[in-house]
Design a protein around this ligand. Structure first.
Ligand SMILES: Cc1cc2nc3c(=O)[nH]c(=O)nc-3n(C[C@H](O)[C@H](O)[C@H](O)COP(=O)(O)OP(=O)(O)OC[C@H]3O[C@@H](n4cnc5c(N)ncnc54)[C@H](O)[C@@H]3O)c2cc1C
Length: 342
């Protein structure tokens, strides 16, 4: 039985695990390692430290299916809709520039439920707080080192973390990348943003009716959402949560500062935009150094094979584009490489 390691429990990694299981059933042992404490990656949902507040999606907000992707990825959409993971987005989104006949979907249980769905379908052995630090070729296998714990050996490895984090790995990855591949990876560019979640007590009232709002005339904040309304999941007894995303120029300007120092600046701007906000119970600030891909890996759609035997492939939104369909495209492409090799 082949042993495959997927590094990253974000959307691409979870889809790779699920598709591989469906394709090869019990012929493969699938192991997923993620350095974080939970699944989701950039589709993460944060719980409030106080259980009486609603959780908050700090990264991806909703899923937009263009007519072309609604057709080509129909099976993924219908699976998630029939499982109740996705629902049509019903709340009012002010300033949303809707193109063509695209459809927007929301996740009643938060964006991480999409990732959790595919992980649970995969039956993979899932390990969190497993930070991969290096890969070493040992004959027909890869020895994978992590920050804490023994290294382990796998027949194939799939890397789905952001490209700069792939380039930071120690060991043989750099040796097996050709000069051309290295240049392709080095040219990838991501935007950076900060995200803030404000968790309110159950009696807090937010006096506006929108579920989310895009802001174009503020240099700091570009998007605000009332998470439960955005998810069609307003539940009595739970305090609302508010999610704030900063603009890309603001993210870039403050990228090297501690998030604790940036949080008060964002809060000050927020109170100008929404005066009279109630007092939150707690606040969480997230720095997305690698937010969305601005320049993807050129001439390398879906995945990059670093070595055929033992197989080492890189995937993720950098090999397509930063949204649900981009991750599906990459996962399908990684699957084709795995099928050919295993
Ligand atoms: C602020 C923001 C808003 C967005 N809005 C939307 C939206 O509305 N709609 C939409 O469709 N998309 C949106 N996106 C984009 C979408 O979230 C991403 O395209 C998608 O989540 C990428 O998934 P991925 O699996 O390729 O990468 P990731 O989600 O980044 O997963 C990679 C995983 O690898 C792990 N990892 C990294 N290094 C290591 C290591 N050394 N060892 C072990 N594990 C490691 C990370 O912890 C992470 O879990 C948004 C993203 C952000 C940040």
């Amino acid at each position: 039985m082949s042993r495959v390691l997927i590094v990253g429990a974000g959307l691409t990694g979870s889809l790779c695990a699920c598709l591989l299981r469906r394709e090869l059933q019990s012929k493969v042992q699938i192991v997923v390692w993620d350095k974080a404490r939970g699944s989701g990656g950039r589709m993460s949902t944060s719980r409030s430290p106080d259980p009486s507040s609603h959780s908050a999606d700090l990264g991806a907000q909703y899923i937009t299916a263009t007519p072309a992707y609604a057709q080509s990825h129909h099976s993924f959409y219908s699976e998630l809709l029939s499982a109740g993971v996705l629902q049509p987005l019903l709340g009012q989104v002010e300033g949303l520039k809707q193109k063509d006949d695209s459809k927007n979907y929301t996740t009643p249980l938060g964006m991480c439920s999409v990732v959790k769905h595919f992980l649970s379908e995969s039956g993979a052995d899932l390990f969190f707080e497993c930070h991969v630090t290096g890969l070493y070729r040992r004959g027909a296998s890869w020895e994978v080192q992590r920050k804490v714990g023994d290294s382990e050996t796998f027949d194939a490895v799939v890397l789905t973390m952001p490209v700069p984090q792939i380039l930071q790995l120690q060991g043989d990855v750099g040796h097996f990348l050709s000069l051309h591949q290295k240049q392709q990876l080095e040219r990838v560019v991501y935007s950076s943003r900060f995200a803030l979640a404000l968790f309110f007590p159950p009696d807090a009232v937010l006096s506006f009716s929108w579920a989310a709002r895009y802001i174009t005339d503020n240099s700091c904040i570009c998007y605000i959402a009332v998470d439960a309304r955005k998810r069609n999941a307003d539940a009595p007894g739970f305090g609302p949560s508010l999610v704030i995303h900063t603009s890309v120029p603001f993210g870039l300007e403050h990228l090297e500062r501690d998030k604790e120092d940036v949080q008060p600046i964002i809060l000050q701007e927020l109170h100008k935009l929404l005066p009279g906000l109630p007092q939150p119970i707690s606040i969480k600030c997230q720095k997305w150094r690698y937010s969305q891909v601005l320049t993807s890996v050129q001439d390398c759609p879906g995945h990059m094979t670093v070595l055929d035997r033992p197989l080492l492939v890189c995937g993720g939104d950098a090999f397509s584009h930063s949204n649900f369909d981009g991750c599906v495209e990459s996962a399908l492409s990684v699957l084709s490489a795995l099928k050919a090799s295993l």
